[in-house]
Ligand binder design. Structure first.
Ligand code: AMP
Length: 284
């Protein structure tokens, strides 16, 4: 496994791999790796000849400076995990490699970014779309792997991939959870033990709504209320949003006539903001 810091070297290496007809699997991350990331890596390892994982805490997708400052970073631990998972290359550029001084070019995906995380975190998806475009343009992967936990991010990445003409297939990997049901996240390490334990209430709320849907509930507001009440029963939780939306357009729903439907949640536990979601689908 080799760690690459320079964008130019990453680009020329990827060109060489393509000339050798190797399929390239790419897993973009911000590091502080956990089993969720490793599931993506595993998937990439199985599907592709060469696996490249990027570790880059992307400043442009943080709308809150203190969130960026306290974001966990541990390249040494990440590198030893990725070596175990037979990753071929880590791309770990410095900020100036991705955004040279004076950089002022951004990618902005309209529509799907106008809601949910796009409202709560202004500028977040502009940062995500910009860095994904720069990384895709450098590596030109055959496959890129993203987690279902960040459902809205997947829609943004799928849209920009199609519309900018990248020949990359986006592979979506299911959310990996802690034993309690809490979705794994690098930010979970910033929770106290009590907060971490109590934060599983988000998943419990989502599960209750899913069960109600299976039992025939089609009123979106009632499903939303099931999730809200559950989370509100936990005094440490502060809900940012609970939304029942069309899983493809993210349009809000009153009554569910068509699936798939996404129930998306964002909630704070102490200083940490967590997101999670579930997809409702009759066929599942
Ligand atoms: P991040 O480092 O948080 O930017 O995440 C990098 C990638 O890992 C994104 O595609 C995330 O959706 C994915 N990911 C993060 N947490 C999980 C999880 N618990 N299960 C599956 N994928 C995840």
């Amino acid at each position: 496994m080799e760690i690459i810091n320079r964008r130019q070297r990453m680009g020329s290496l990827a060109r060489k791999l393509r000339r050798e007809n190797k399929t390239i699997g790419f897993v973009p991350t911000m590091g502080a790796l956990h089993e969720g990331h490793l599931r993506l890596v595993n998937e990439a390892r199985q599907m592709c000849d060469v696996v490249i994982v990027s570790i880059f805490v992307n400043p442009t997708q943080f709308n809150d400076q203190s969130d960026l400052d306290k974001y966990p970073r541990d390249l040494t631990a990440d590198a030893s995990l990725l070596a175990e998972y037979q990753v071929d290359y880590i791309f770990a550029p410095a900020v100036e490699e991705i955004y040279p001084p004076g950089a002022s070019t951004f990618v902005y995906v309209e529509g799907v970014t106008d809601t949910l995380e796009g409202i709560s975190r202004p500028g977040h998806f502009r940062g995500v779309a910009t860095v994904v475009t720069i990384l895709f343009n450098t590596i030109r992967p055959d496959f890129a792997f993203f987690g279902q936990k960040d459902a809205q991010q997947i829609l943004v990445v799928q849209k920009l991939t199609r519309e900018l003409g990248f020949e990359t297939e986006i592979v979506v990997v299911p959310t990996v959870r802690e034993e309690s049901g809490l979705a794994m996240s690098s930010r979970n390490t910033l929770l106290s033990n009590e907060e971490r334990e109590k934060a599983s209430i988000i998943y419990q709320g989502l599960k209750e709504a899913k069960l109600a849907f299976r039992n025939g509930e089609r009123n979106a507001l009632d499903l939303e209320q099931i999730v809200r009440s559950k989370i509100e029963s936990e005094p440490l939780a502060l809900i940012d949003y609970v939304a029942v939306v069309d899983a493809e357009t993210l349009e809000p729903l009153n009554y569910i006539e068509e699936e798939p439907v996404l129930i998306a949640v964002a909630a704070r536990f102490g200083p940490v903001r967590l997101i999670d979601n579930t997809v409702l689908n009759r066929k599942q």
